[in-house]
Design a binder for this molecule. Structure first.
Ligand code: ISL
Ligand code: CA
Length: 557
């Protein structure tokens, strides 16, 4: 039998600490709040918790701007709180992986404060400092949160590079001292006992030599900052692996925008000695704008294209690398609102359908907090409800400054795509603010918490929650789920996602109706009377029929 690594059989649960549970009445989730819910997570059956950044930060980008890698943000508690959380998790057999954000720091990090003081200090080269062309920035790159990727700094009369906000200067990985400092910091956390890292935009750490202009973006004076998959990225990751990662029994997953399955074989190939997995985003870009506005669109994902992307990843990595499986995270809309149907009549059914579709694939599934409740998008109607830097800067850019979109149009696009959709507080019960906090929460609680909350889910055997618990049990019980090969059937069907998994002569068939319609399909060619149902969201299958958002898994005889 193939040797299975522990993280190949694991299910990961992503906790966004700011929105999980407040325990000290400031409206902000904290570490003690996570510790308080470990039994809830254990009962769900997950194996690993991924924590979004909890380090000291001025919070320009909710903790992705770190001013001290070895201190806990005061909002979240203390290092003693962290140690207690880690111990309590380990006591329950749960692992914890940390977010590692080393493409950039905060401009308030001591490295950057020193770096900006003069042109010759020993930290100068930890970042990218360049003189402009006259009054123009060193190149035409755009920043992810709007405007130029270069910020002029009066003190030394040069520009620094920031591919995200001006408060997130990019680190220069060409500098060996910087790399060693990062490795030392990583080793410090691993020695503490953390079980791995999710690595933020890790495929951006090697910039193109000479930092050349990128192709002009549609409707923009800026060019595409071509910073992904640079020439030295694999060398850096192999060095990191050799010096740090390979010394510990951990799991690593790289956040890698703009990668194909072929790229993933380099980052996470079984014998590459880099990372264990990557997050790919091809399946989350299929509903992007067709008019050059990137993610700011209200389109729906076409199912045929979605199936093709997923199939390409399943087949492309089979036996050579390992997939990460996810519908949503803290940067995306909620799965049920985006790919399912969050209307009351269909929410539960479609949330279970999406869970079936994802959890039966080969790879490691990631559940984003609240997904197990079928939590929905925020559906904000006021700009003032939004907190996310990306949403606010996109509105300023597209509506206020360039007037490419009307306010109403942009509000519809924010409602469909804002990162705040998934960041609203966790809905625990029907108490004030959904039991998240008794103070005003940092981001408005979704008013649907009166119907959608953990207490209600735990009291209802038919809830989305128990369905996730069942899916996790299936994965832990049957090697078919972890190891079976994947084959897409009915590739051109625009409404049904049908695939087979094969393991040691056994075939499992996974069928998902992605629509609110009742469909007829020739399923009896597969489902003989002896086929055995392993899980479904309606009960027994009806011959050659699929009800709205019906999903099932059968073992064929
Ligand atoms: O959020 C995005 C699109 O809506 C992405 O383009 C995002 O900027 C990209 O996935 C990188 O994300 C990661 O790094 C960012 C941080 O803001 C995100 O929260 C994080 O997941 C900068 O550190
Ligand atoms: Ca708090």
């Amino acid at each position: 039998a193939a040797t299975i690594k522990w993280w190949q059989q694991a299910v990961v649960y992503q906790v966004y600490p700011r929105s999980f549970q407040d325990t000290n009445h400031d409206g902000i989730g904290d570490l003690k709040g996570i510790t308080a819910h470990l039994d809830y997570l254990k009962q769900l059956g997950i194996d690993v918790i991924w924590l979004n950044p909890i380090y000291r930060s001025p919070n320009d980008d909710n903790g992705y701007d770190i001013s001290d890698y070895q201190q806990i943000a005061a909002d979240f508690g203390t290092m003693a709180d962290f140690d207690e959380l880690l111990q309590a998790a380990h006591d329950r057999g749960l692992k914890i992986i940390m977010d590692l954000v080393v493409n950039h720091t905060s401009d308030e990090h001591p490295w950057f404060k020193r770096s900006r003081q003069d042109r010759t200090n020993q930290y100068r080269d930890f970042y990218f400092w360049r003189s402009g062309n006259g009054k123009k920035a060193p190149n035409n790159w755009d920043a992810a949160f709007g405007g130029s990727a270069w910020q002029y700094d009066e003190q030394t009369q040069q520009y620094y590079l920031h591919t995200f906000s001006t408060k997130q200067p990019d680190l220069n990985w060409e500098n060996p001292t910087l790399r060693e400092s990062v490795y030392t910091m990583m080793t410090w956390w691993l020695n503490k006992g953390v079980d791995g890292f999710r690595m933020d935009v890790i495929n951006q750490i090697s910039k193109l030599p000479g930092l050349p202009d990128g192709p002009l973006k549609p409707h923009s004076q800026f060019g595409d900052a071509r910073v992904t998959n640079g020439p030295r990225v694999h060398e850096f990751l192999q060095e990191m692996n050799q010096e740090v990662l390979s010394q510990f029994d951990i799991m690593t997953v790289g956040e890698t925008h703009g990668v194909t399955p072929a790229d993933a074989l380099k980052y996470a190939g079984a014998d590459q000695h880099e990372l264990d997995m990557v997050f790919e985003f091809q399946h989350l870009r299929l509903d992007n704008s067709q008019h050059g506005l990137g993610k700011w669109s209200t389109r729906k994902t076409p199912l045929v294209a979605l199936k093709k992307v997923i199939s390409d990843w399943q087949v492309g990595l089979e036996g050579r690398a390992w997939n990460s499986l996810f519908w949503n995270n803290h940067d995306t809309p909620r799965a049920v609102s985006r790919f399912g149907d969050d209307r009351p009549a269909y929410r539960v059914r479609s949330a279970k359908m999406l869970a079936t579709c994802l959890h039966l694939l080969q790879g490691t599934p990631y559940i984003y907090q609240g997904e197990e409740l079928g939590m929905t998008d925020a559906h904000f109607t006021e700009l003032a409800s939004y907190r996310d830097i990306e949403s606010l800067s996109a509105y300023r850019d597209l509506v206020t400054e360039r007037q490419l979109l009307s306010p109403a149009d942009m509000m519809a696009r924010l409602a469909a795509r804002s990162r705040d959709n998934s960041r609203t507080p966790m809905q625990w019960d029907t108490e004030v603010n959904a039991g998240f906090s008794d103070a005003a929460p940092w981001l408005t609680v979704n008013p649907n918490y009166r119907q959608i909350n953990a207490a209600a889910a735990l009291a209802d055997p038919d809830s989305v929650w128990y369905y996730y618990q069942h899916l996790i049990q299936l994965r832990h019980q049957y090697p078919s789920v972890t190891l079976g090969s994947f084959e897409l059937l009915w590739a051109d069907d625009p409404q049904v996602f049908l695939y087979a998994r094969q393991w040691e002569g056994r075939t499992w068939l996974v069928c998902c109706n992605f629509t609110a319609e009742t469909l007829s399909r020739p399923l009896d060619q597969y489902l003989t009377p002896t086929a055995k149902c392993l899980i479904s969201n309606y009960g027994e299958q009806q011959p050659n029929k699929l009800r709205p958002y019906e999903a099932w898994v059968y073992q064929l005889a």
